[in-house]
Design a protein around this ligand. Structure first.
Ligand code: FAD
Length: 461
């Protein structure tokens, strides 16, 4: 039996990145994946296919709604959903194939089989057993199912199904106004579906900056998405080939919503891939594996990262945890700075955030300064016809250290990183505001917000 320093179970962004980094640091690594393709949820049925469809549907919406205002007249745009899906698959194929090459290049042994852990130090897969010094559990997560509304994967669907509809549903009901519900709701609304989102809470993006959430609600409503907040879904029935979603509002009044399909997007839960945590002595709390700051579980030699452990279920969180864990196993100082972990909503406009919100700072009674700049007066945004949005910089009232940045607008997912880099160096609003920013760029909105936080903006009053 061959012996390895590290056995990684699950080839998502957490597992495959940990495997690469550990191999780069000289450890002998074996990676187990039960899917045919590497890359996990993110590459196969998450981040990447959703962004491929968001791009295709955005292009369609731009052609239909905006080309005339740019002075471009086109004939009637026609949708070819199978071609759109084929393109999405090609993107996924290319990226997952790339991960396989990275494994080869880094000399990571890949075993394509479901793995189990009979005991610490041993992994079984595909009829073979592997001796491993350390085990990393990175088996990810699956969608939460509502008990009274099980997925049938055709009319009551999860996010994976909603990434592969064969035709545009006439009416799509989305349960849950979280990121996945809003992104996939946007895709199908842009392509012509009547989309109605039903949400238990009183607004979308509950943990985000309220100004950002309010603007996103307005923009998405303008694009045709309908929202019913403070509405609890209680059941579903089928009537004359139509689904009736049963719900009640906050006063207990019954409500009904009609649709052709229902996307249930109420969150995700860790998936342990058949691994018997109890027999191994791996402790869980509220369904997640408990780890210490070194990603150690309560069982000796067994570690966990990514969607399995506490914190937001995000690919970049899983990746950084994978890197830090590999470094720790190789005797180096691995570290994840969760205070600079960004969140992004890839709708149109996009929204991105990092650090503290105003609401959190107020609750903590921490004095702060605020600078806001509207994209409506940013030259590049206007030139591109993308004037909805703002950048907001929050800094410590005394030290000027940046505490949080919130952006709604075109390319917010990219713009947030200039703030993250400054935050990584414990930088100030003045550091950001005094930096060169090429003109004309959307990034100048971030510079102006930083200027306004520590002094006064130049292009705003
Ligand atoms: P996963 O990516 O879930 O990988 C776990 C892997 O383990 C899977 O491939 C699984 O097959 C394998 N596995 C499980 N059990 C076993 C076993 N016993 N043996 C062998 N293999 C096993 N995050 C972002 O940051 N940005 C986004 O834009 C984004 N968009 C998303 C859109 C959608 C629709 C969804 C569903 C998710 C999205 N996410 C996004 C979340 C992101 O995909 C996850 O946070 C991320 O994939 C978690 O990585 P992970 O490595 O922990 O697990």
């Amino acid at each position: 039996m061959e012996a390895y320093d590290l056995g990684v179970i699950g080839a998502g962004p957490g597992g495959y990145v940990a495997a690469i980094k550990a191999a780069q640091l000289g450890l002998k690594v074996v990676l187990f994946e039960k899917r045919e393709r590497l890359g996990g949820t993110c590459l196969n049925i998450g981040c990447i296919p959703s962004k491929a469809l968001l791009s295709s549907s955005h292009l369609y919406a731009q052609i239909v709604n905006e080309s005339a205002s740019h002075g471009i007249r086109l004939g009637k745009a026609e949708l070819d959903i199978p071609a759109m899906m084929k393109r999405k698959e090609q993107v996924v194929e290319k990226l997952t194939g790339g991960i396989a090459s990275l494994m080869k290049g880094n000399k990571v042994t890949v075993v394509r089989a479901e793995a189990s852990v009979p005991a610490p130090g041993r992994i079984s897969a595909g009829g073979d057993e592997y001796r491993v010094k350390n085990i990393l559990l990175a088996t990810g997560s699956v969608p939460v199912e509502l008990p009274f509304m099980p997925f049938d994967h055709s009319s009551i669907v999860d996010s994976t199904d909603a990434l592969a509809f064969e035709a545009v549903p006439k009416r799509l009901l989305v349960v849950g106004a979280g990121i996945i519900g809003l992104e996939l709701g946007s895709v199908w609304a842009r392509l012509g579906s009547e989309v109605e989102v039903v949400e238990l809470l009183d607004d979308l993006l509950p943990d985000w900056d309220r100004q950002a959430a309010k603007l996103m609600r307005r923009e998405l409503t303008t694009q045709g998405l309908k929202f019913s907040f403070k509405t609890k879904v209680t059941g579903v029935r089928n009537e004359k080939n139509e689904l009736i979603l049963e719900a009640e509002d906050s006063s207990g009044k019954a409500r009904e919503f009609r649709g052709e399909k229902i996307l249930v997007a109420v969150g995700r839960k860790p998936a342990y891939g058949g691994i018997d945590l109890e027999s191994l002595g791996v402790r869980t709390e509220k369904g997640r594996i408990v780890t210490d700051a070194d990603f150690k579980t309560s069982a000796s030699g067994i570690y966990a990262i990514g969607d399995l452990i506490s914190g937001p279920m995000l690919a970049h969180k899983a990746e950084e945890e994978g890197v830090a864990l590999a470094e720790k196993l190789a005797g180096k100082a691995g570290h994840v700075n969760y205070a600079a972990l960004p969140g992004v909503l890839y709708t149109h406009p996009e929204a991105a955030m990092v650090g503290r919100t105003e609401e959190e700072l107020k609750a903590e009674q921490r004095p702060y300064r605020k600078g806001v700049f509207q994209f409506g007066v940013n030259g590049r945004a206007l030139a591109g016809g993308e004037s909805a949005g703002f950048a907001k910089v929050l800094s410590d009232a005394e030290t000027d250290r940046i505490l949080g940045v919130h952006i709604v607008g075109d390319h917010a997912s990219d713009l947030i990183h200039e703030a993250i880099t400054v935050m990584e160096f414990s930088g100030s609003a003045e550091d950001l505001g005094r930096s060169f920013f090429a003109h004309p760029t959307l990034s100048e909105a971030v510079k102006e917000a930083a200027l306004a936080a520590y002094d006064r903006g130049i292009h705003s009053l």
